[in-house]
Ligand binder design. Structure first.
Ligand SMILES: NC(=O)c1ccc[n+]([C@@H]2O[C@H](COP(=O)([O-])OP(=O)(O)OC[C@H]3O[C@@H](n4cnc5c(N)ncnc54)[C@H](OP(=O)(O)O)[C@@H]3O)[C@@H](O)[C@H]2O)c1
Length: 261
């Protein structure tokens, strides 16, 4: 089996990945609810790098050499005895439930049937492979908290989670304000954002306060500015929700202190 493997992530995961043509295979036989998938396409998210880069914590959780990656699209090779949702040979996509030694940057992955869906006709496998983690995160951080007409602020609309978030919120009938850097303003507009704040050119917090206490939901995919949560009463309605998705690891102590933790 072919797989991109790392044994250490010192200096950054991407500098430590090596293609191995005789990588260890995922465990066989399958448990009854598992599916063996040959990967066609996968996508990497920030979490795929952040965990291995934690060093000893990562080593305690994941044996190495390991492949990173949760998201995938591929073809079913074998199924456990109770799996009837997909057939051998069918194209499927999804995400692994949690990081493992056998991530999706390898030729074969074992997934459970809960984390695997049939690929709809006409969907490009490369596109489907990018949905799992970022798409689900965006869905879970927005859809339970909005209704048609809700005003949503998405901090970081041009990234993996934010690009799904803008589209999900617009599809739910929301008004969307978002942030991104200057080159990505047109991308956010094309995805449907009504109001785009360029964080490179303006002060995001001041811009939000200027819009007033109007938002029903704030989703923070960026983790900055650090006072966004603490001072959110200045732009979030009293009954509004704040969902924290992104964190910048080096800011964690300051971030927790801003939240009184
Ligand atoms: N990917 C996932 O599925 C997932 C799941 C759970 C949690 N998370 C966490 O959520 C965070 C976002 O993930 P992602 O995949 O969307 O990351 P990403 O693709 O790197 O996107 C980051 C977003 O934040 C924006 N941004 C950067 N600096 C900013 C600032 N100072 N002010 C406002 N916006 C700023 C970026 O805009 P520009 O690109 O225009 O600079 C971009 O829209 C990460 O911390 C990640 O670990 C991700």
């Amino acid at each position: 089996m072919k797989a991109w493997l790392y044994s250490s992530a010192t200096g950054g995961l991407e500098k430590n990945l090596q293609l191995n043509l005789n990588a260890p295979q995922p465990r066989q036989p399958l448990f009854k609810n598992e599916i063996l998938v040959e990967v066609i396409s996968m996508s990497l998210n920030p979490a795929d790098c952040k965990l291995p880069e934690l060093g000893l914590v990562s080593k305690a959780l994941i044996s190495t050499p390991a492949s990173p990656g949760l998201d995938y699209c591929g073809r079913v090779v074998a199924t456990g005895s109770v799996v009837d949702s997909v057939r051998i040979g069918e194209l499927v996509f999804g995400k692994l439930e949690k990081p493992t030694q056998f991530g999706t940057l390898g030729q074969y992955v074992v997934v459970t049937h809960e984390d695997c869906a049939s690929l709809p006709d006409g969907v490009d496998p490369d596109h489907a492979a990018a949905i799992g983690t970022a798409g689900l995160t965006a869905y879970q951080s927005i859809l339970p908290y909005v209704k048609a007409g809700s005003k949503v602020f998405i901090n970081g609309g041009s990234g993996g989670v934010g690009t799904f978030g803008i589209q999900i919120a617009k599809n739910a009938g929301c008004h969307v304000t978002t942030t991104c850097s200057t080159p990505n303003v047109s991308l956010c507009q094309e995805l449907g954002a009504d109001d785009v704040i360029d964080y490179k050119a303006t002060d995001v917090y001041k811009e939000l306060v200027a819009r007033g206490q109007v938002f029903d939901l704030v989703v923070d995919n960026a983790g900055t500015p650090l006072n966004l949560y603490k001072d959110s009463a200045n732009f979030l309605k009293p009954e509004g929700r704040f969902v924290q998705v992104g964190l910048i690891i080096s800011y964690v102590p300051e971030f927790l202190s801003e939240r009184g933790l």
